[in-house]
Structures are given as C-alpha cells and as structure tokens.
Design a protein around this ligand. Structure first.
Ligand SMILES: O=P(O)(O)OC[C@H]1O[C@H](O[C@H]2O[C@H](CO)[C@@H](O)[C@H](O)[C@H]2O)[C@H](O)[C@@H](O)[C@@H]1O
Ligand SMILES: O=c1ccn([C@@H]2O[C@H](COP(=O)(O)OP(=O)(O)O)[C@@H](O)[C@H]2O)c(=O)[nH]1
Length: 844
C-alpha cells in the first residue's frame, strides 16, 4: 500500500514524445549497445525540463533494428535512461528522410516543396505520406503500452502531426500538448502542402499547441482560419465550440550546465590550447547542423566579402565552422555538403597562405566540453540562419561568454532574434554586404559596448531557461485542459421552438429584443447597402402583428443611427434603441437621449479625424460615427494592408485623441471601434427597460423575454443581463454592497431587476445567430430561423390582435399614455423573492 508520504511526494508523470530520443544508440555486439547524446536543439532544450516530473521519453533510438535480440537488449539499455524506443523499421526511410525532412521541413522553413519525381514510383508524396501515418501509428502503439491514467503527454514537432488525433481517438481524456520546434510558415506557403487540412485538423485535437514566437503562432492561427475556416480568437482556435489553446513558449537552455562546464579544468585546458592555436587572431565561430536552413553558404559569402574589403584583417581573423552532420540520406543535404566544401575551398584558396587558412571547416560533431571551450574563446559568434525555430547555439555562446563578452551576430530570421535582438547585431543573411559590415562592427566593437550588449543577453538567457519553458508549458497544459473541458460544455443548445412558443402564449407581459443587421436583415456586404436595407416582406406582417399585441413589447436594439431605424421601422408600433441604446423612442413618440449623465465625449472629434485620415489612405475602408462610438471598418480592403493600417491607426489614437479619455477600444477582425466606456447593449438595456416600463405605465412585471441577435462579442452581455440566476446573484451582491457604493446605475439596476422582471428560469430565451462561441443559451443557424420563429409567435397567441384591431389598440395606448399619471406600479405587483442567503432588506 502507498503510504501518505509516498502519495504526497508522487510526481506528475510526463510522457515526452519526440522523434528523437535524447540518446542515440550504436550497436557494439549482438546484444550490446552504446548510447551517446543526440545532436540538435530539441534534445538540449528537453534535457533542461524540470526534474519535478517523472519523465519518460518515447522516441526513435537513432538506428534501425530488425532482430528481436537486438531490440530487447536496446530496450533494456534505454530503460535505464527512462527512454522507450519506437522501432520504425521499414517505414523509417520514407517517414524520416522522405516526408519529415524532404517535405515538411522545407515547407515549415519557407523553402517550398521539392518537385515530385515521377520516375521513382516507390517514393512519391503519397508513399511518403502513408509511411508518415504508419510511423505515427507506431508511436501510438508504444504510448498505449506505457500510458497510465493521469499522465500528461507532450508531443514534439512536425514528425508527429497525426499523433494527437490518434491518441484522442484512443482515449479522449488524455491530456495532450504539442510543441513545434521549427518555425510555422505563412499560410501562403503551407497551403501548397497536399495534405494540409488533415494535418492541421489532427494537430487541433490536442489541448494545447505551443510555438517559439508570436510570429509562428499567428501564422498557424491564420493558416487554420484560412484553410479550415475555423475561428481564431485571442485564446487560440475555436471549432464548433471546441477551443484549442495556442500559445507562445520560447525555449531556453540550462545556463548553469554551461557556466559550470566553463569552470572545469578539462575545459580550461582546452581553452588555453585553443587560444595558443589562434594566438594573434580573432576567432569567429559558427556551430550549425549542416542544414539548408542554417545559411552556411551565406555565412561564408559574407565572410568572403569582409576579407575582400578589409585587407588589414586578412591575417588577423579566422572563421571556425563546426558543421554537424545531419540527415545524410536526404539528397538536398548531400548537395549542400558539396556546396559548402566548394565555397570553403574557394575562400581559403583566395585568402589563405601556407601558414594560415581563413576558414576552418569541420564536418563533425564535437563533444560537449570542447564545444564549451570553443564558445568561451570565440570573439564573435556568427549565426546566419535563413529561418530557424529558435537557435539555441546563440544562447549557449552567451552562457559561455561571461569572461570574454564576445559579440553575437544573429540572423533576424532566427526565433532567437526576438529574445536576443537587443544585445545582438541583427542581420539579414541574404544581404552579403550587411553580413560583412556586421562582422566588421563586431570585431571593432568597444569593450564598453560589448559589455552592455552581453549584459542584456546574459540576463535573458539566465532567466528564460529550458526549465522555465517546460514548467510554463506543463502548467498551461494543466489549466487548458480543465478550461477546455468547461468550454466544451458551454456549447449553445439548439433552440426548443415549441417551448419558446408555449411559454410565450402563457405569458402576460412579454418583451422581445431583436438586433437589426444580420437579425432582421442579411449581414451587409458593404457600407452602401446600409442605406438600401429593407426588411423581408414576410417579416412585415409578423412584426406588425407582434407589435400590435398589447401583451408584447418589441424592441429593436441596434448600433445603427436614428435615421436608419426611423426609415425602416417608421410604420410599426415598436421600440427603437439607436446607437446601442444611446437614443430611444417608441415610434409614436420622439427620440429621447439615453446617454448617461457626465459621459466624457471630448475624444470624439479627434478620433473622427484620425478615422478620416486612415479611411482616405486605405482603399475600400469606411467608418461609421455616432455620438458615442466610432467604428473604422476595413473588411472590404486588402486584409493585410488593413491590418497594418489598423496598427498604425491605434498608435495614432493612443498617442492622441484617446490618450486620457474613458473609452474602450475594440479591435474586431476587420475593424477598430472606439466607444465610450461601458456602453454595451447589456449596459444600455437596463436604462431602456426602465424607460419602457415608465412610458407604458406597466402594471405587471415582464414575465417573458426573447432576445436574439447577431451581436459583437462585447455586446453579448445583453444575453446574461436577463438570466434569472445572474439577476439573483447580482442582486445578492448589490444588496450587500449597498452601503459601500454610491454608484447610481447599480442601485437603479437592483431596483429594476426586482421590480420590472419576474422571469421564471425557463421564460428567458437568449438566442445567438450562427455564433458557435457565445454567451447566449441557444443558437440558430441564420436570421431566417429567427424570422420564422417570430412568425410562429405572432400566430401562436389567440389573443393576438388583427391589423385593424391593432390600430384601435394603438389609439387606446396613445390616449392611455397621454393621460398617464406616472405611478410606480411596484405598488401593485408581487416582488420576486430574493435568492437564498439574500437576507438584507430591499430598497424599493
Ligand atoms: O533530429 P534531427 O533530424 O537530427 O534534427 C535535430 C533537431 O532539429 C530541429 O531543431 C529545432 O529545435 C530547436 C530547439 O527548439 C530549435 O532551436 C531549432 O531552431 C530547431 O531547428 C528539429 O525541430 C528537431 O525535431 C530535431 O530533433
Ligand atoms: O557537435 C555538436 C554541436 C552542437 N550541438 C548542439 O546542437 C544544438 C543545436 O541547437 P539549435 O537550436 O541551435 O539548432 P538545431 O540543430 O536544433 O536546429 C545545440 O544545443 C548544440 O549544443 C551538438 O549536439 N553537437
């Protein structure tokens, strides 16, 4: 039995699944193996992940093994290192060399798909894709064998894009995180991949997706929205109510491992030897896998230009390039090797002498201690990646430079440029002249400047460690899973039409609140349509009937201005709330201002000017202005350009007209809206309701509310305004805080909620139109469903008046209203009971 202490100290189990295990195996006998650390940043990063997890690694052991004796022996050796092998056997070549590194890798790094060679029918996109899927299934099998309930599964990289889906199909409860170590490309590039949708859909079944930088994460989100038509939100991707969280977790290293290594006698000895070897020369260092993405040819060309233009440096500088062999069986990598050799030979031939060579090129990996010695003695580290997920080599160099404070020249296309950009010299590796100048600047940099740049970089590398990366990811995975669980449950329900109708018939004082655009009309395609909008002729009769029913109040609550609402609804006996409730009228009366007192509107004119400025400079954009809110809309403009302009527009606004104003800024998908603080439909509806009750001299509380619209997210607070449980919880809170607040609107609302509404739980229907992610309880597909339902309500109630009846009813209503001596109807109605626990007296 597990003791209390044991159970408390039980660590979270974590299955780290990556193509590569942290160790690679070499066979030394029939049943014996030697293990050495695998190359590459993924392994370096993962080694730094917190020891607080009970981690098991699942991955390919770096070698093909077919015989049972060999497999068993290797599994045993790996078990000591907490590693579990996946034997890929016959699928390995087409999976790893083919699909992973021949197809996905170039796509992810903006290098485009290689031409498919139809001569070799054994190796096509399709055969490689099939092998890729099979390999992912082999990973699945091994995970299933080793999975225990409660384990977190952290999948890494582009090798395993199908694994999240396979695992969720096996057990939907498994918590899955996926992290991409490479960049994610622009959607334009990813779109070229034949199996793009299947791959994306699979990844989206994970609970949390991580990327190194905001660029990569936003490329991913945009790719999903463009290819799959799902919704991208600030949280991630939303698809039919399921949220897949997308977040940024920049990887780091274990800095202490490098700091300590630099103190080792062995490393110090190697440093002394290296200094002697390069005495009188400055050392520029390059450490890269021999991969196209690392830009080694570009590095050599930049160095060549530097030597060509700076004769005085020719005997005083050396470039030491460690080119770690990688993916040797992929044809592109073989070509790269000869290209790099050719360039090194040419430059050494051009600028070398019998006693000195400018480029020292090594086609091999080096051991960790020697690598640290190299990092420590180098004057300049030169990283010219054409595109790189992060580039940990640059972090490692900084960690080893505490004494020397050398200079980092870093490609702006490496993820690391977003973290080390302040201390490094950033370069565009394609620009040979820029690389050459950066080398010169680095070699000539003053000690003070080197000191300051190093300080900035070192501080970052120390604090943003691999441990932090791992901890952040895992803790987010924990949180995400429980959140997404809840979110799935929040999927809105289908509207129960019969119930809506029956409850309507049985109620005596009903309120129907409707949006305008997209609710009673189709969504506008462009601004000009607004002026021509007409209601559906079928809706006309329905609306007339509903509006004429003395037991029903119909309110249209819209962002539109007074003119438009007047024009469209002039003939109905209806309540209109324009500009999100800032103006109110019933169509037999005048517009009244419903703007709260003391509202700050000083920002409006300045904002209007900025909007005008950008409208003039962004073809097909437009803006709408009202007294309290302005919206700049670029949905018809070029989206990329519109977004860039929106960024600039916001800078202008924040620097100017709204810098000290009480406004909310809402950045929509294709719009920027500035509106007075707090003015949402949910806030306005309280005041509107009071006014309606007063003007109509209502003597019974509203006992049925149907509220439907195609509303902005910020306006969805209207759906929760009427929720009976929210009303009671608001009440309890507001009643308690009565003595501590002097907020007029809260008091009003309390008064209002108690007296105006008497909703049974089931007598409130909030209905969003076509929005999967909504605060409304129900959702319908389109505005037609709302129109159809309104029609059914209109004919459902036997007491519904005919059109002629309704006219006399209107007259009756007018007379009543004109003579109405306003009496608080609260005297006549039953007060709703407070929720349990709300014991304080109520201020009526
Ligand atoms: O396993 P290999 O095929 O030999 O390749 C080595 C690794 O290369 C890639 O590394 C990336 O991960 C680093 C850490 O996040 C990052 O700094 C670097 O920019 C990336 O290139 C690849 O993503 C890994 O899967 C490979 O293991
Ligand atoms: O001979 C070597 C030289 C370097 N590295 C390591 O390889 C990793 C390279 O990571 P990086 O993120 O820079 O790029 P990647 O190779 O993963 O694309 C670093 O941790 C280096 O320490 C290695 O394993 N063997």
């Amino acid at each position: 039995m597990v003791s209390y202490d044991e159970s408390c100290s039980k660590r979270q189990r974590l299955l780290v699944v990556a193509n590569r295990l942290p160790v690679s195996a070499k066979r030394t006998g029939e049943n014996s193996w030697s293990l050495e650390m695998s190359p590459g940043g993924l392994v370096s990063g993962l080694l730094g992940v917190a020891a607080e997890f009970e981690t098991k690694w699942v991955g390919w052991p770096g070698v093909d093994v077919y015989d049972v004796v060999g497999k068993n022996a290797l599994s045993k050796s790996l078990a000591d290192m907490k590693c579990i092998p996946v034997f890929l056997e016959e699928v390995f070549d087409q999976y790893y060399n083919g699909y992973c590194n021949g197809i996905l890798w170039p796509i992810l790094h903006h290098m485009g798909l290689p031409q498919e060679d139809h001569k070799d029918t054994n190796k096509t996109y399709q055969t490689q894709y099939d092998a890729y899927k099979k390999a992912n299934r082999k990973f699945l099998d091994v995970i299933i064998e080793n999975y225990e309930e409660g384990d977190l599964v952290w999948i890494h990289d582009y090798h395993l894009l199908f694994l999240p889906q396979y695992l969720k199909e096996y057990n939907n409860k498994i918590k899955i995180g996926w992290f991409l170590h490479s960049p994610f490309p622009s959607s334009e590039v990813f779109k070229t991949l034949p199996s793009r949708s299947e791959l994306l859909r699979s990844v989206l079944t994970a609970d949390l997706l991580g990327f190194h930088t905001y660029d990569f994460a936003s490329h991913f989100v945009r790719t999903c929205t463009r290819i799959l038509g799902v919704e991208g939100t600030h949280e991630g991707i939303v698809d039919h109510g399921k949220v897949t969280r997308v977040a940024v977790f920049p990887i780091g290293i274990d800095p202490n491992r490098f700091l300590k290594a630099c103190e080792l006698p062995e490393v110090r000895q190697q440093m002394t030897e290296l200094k002697q070897r390069f005495a009188g020369k400055k050392v520029i260092l390059g450490v890269d896998r021999l991969d196209m993405i690392k830009g080694i040819p570009q590095k050599f060309l930049g160095f060549e230009k530097f030597l060509q233009e700076n004769m005085d440096w020719r005997d005083k500088v050396v470039l030491v390039q460690i080119a770690v062999p990688t993916r040797n069986n992929v044809p592109e990598y073989q070509k790269l090797k000869s290209q790099v050799h050719g360039l090194a030979g040419r430059i050494n031939g051009r600028f070398g002498s019998v006693s000195s060579l400018p480029i020292h090129h090594l086609d091999c990996s080096v051991d960790f201690n020697f690598l640290c010695a190299l990092y420590a003695i180098a004057d300049v580290m030169l990283v010219t990646s054409l595109r790189d997920g992060m580039n940990l080599v640059s972090y490692e160099f900084i960690a080893c430079q505490e004494a020397k404070k050398g200079v980092l020249v870093l490609s702006e296309f490496a993820g690391a440029a977003q973290s080390l950009g302040a201390g490094a010299i950033l370069v565009n590796p394609w620009d040979v002249t820029e690389v050459s100048s950066a080398i010169k600047e680095a070699l000539n940099m003053s000690a003070e400047e080197r000191d300051e740049r190093h300080r900035l970089n070192f501080q970052y590398v120390k604090t943003h460690s691999a441990k932090k990366w791992g901890d952040d990811f895992i803790s987010e995975l924990h949180d995400t899973f429980s959140e997404s669980d809840m979110k799935i449950k929040k999927i809105p329900l289908e509207l129960p039409q019969q119930d809506v109708i029956q409850r309507y018939s049985k109620s005596n004082n009903r309120l129907i609140i409707l949006g305008f655009f997209g609710t009673l009309t189709e969504p506008m395609k462009n601004q000009n349509e607004e002026l021509d909008l007409k209601l559906n002729p079928e809706l006309k009769r329905t609306l007339k009937a509903l509006c004429s029913d003395p037991k029903t109040t119909v309110l249209v609550l819209s962002r539109s201005g007074k003119n438009i609402l007047d024009k469209i609804f002039g003939e109905y006996n209806i309540w209109l709330a324009a500009e999100n409730g800032m103006f109110l009228r019933d169509t037999i009366g005048e517009w009244v201002t419903n703007i709260p007192e003391n509202m700050d509107l000083d920002w409006v004119d300045g904002t209007k000017n900025v909007f005008k400025y950008f409208t003039a400079r962004t073809p097909r954009s437009f803006f709408e202005a009202s007294e309290t809110s302005l919206v700049w809309n670029y949905e018809n403009a070029d989206v990329e350009f519109g977004r860039a302009q929106a960024r600039d527009l916001l800078q202008y606004l924040w620097a100017g007209p709204i810098s000290n104003a009480s406004v909310d800024v809402v950045r929509g998908n294709h719009s920027v809206e500035v509106h007075a603080v707090g003015e949402t439909k949910g806030v306005a509806v309280g005041r509107i309701l009071e006014e309606i009750v007063r003007k109509k001299s209502m003597t019974t509380p509203v006992d049925y509310v149907f509220c439907s619209g195609y509303f902005l997210e910020k306006d969805e607070d209207i759906y929760t305004f009427f929720k009976p449980e929210v009303v009671s919880s608001k009440l309890s809170h507001e009643t308690r805080s009565k003595s501590s607040t002097s907020n007029h609107s809260i008091k009003k609302k309390k008064h209002l909620s108690l007296n105006v509404l008497d909703l049974e739980k089931g007598n409130y229907f909030s209905v969003a139109i076509g929005q999967a992610h909504t605060k409304a309880r129900y959702v319908v597909d389109s505005s037609h469903d709302v129109v159809d339902l309104l029609h059914k309500l209109a004919v459902a109630d036997t007491t519904t008046a005919t059109t002629s009846d309704s006219l006399s009813e209107t007259e009756d209503y007018q007379t009543r209203n004109a003579n109405a001596d306003w009496k608080p109807w609260i005297n006549y109605v039953k007060i709703r009971e407070l929720a349990v626990g709300d014991t304080e007296p109520v201020d009526i």
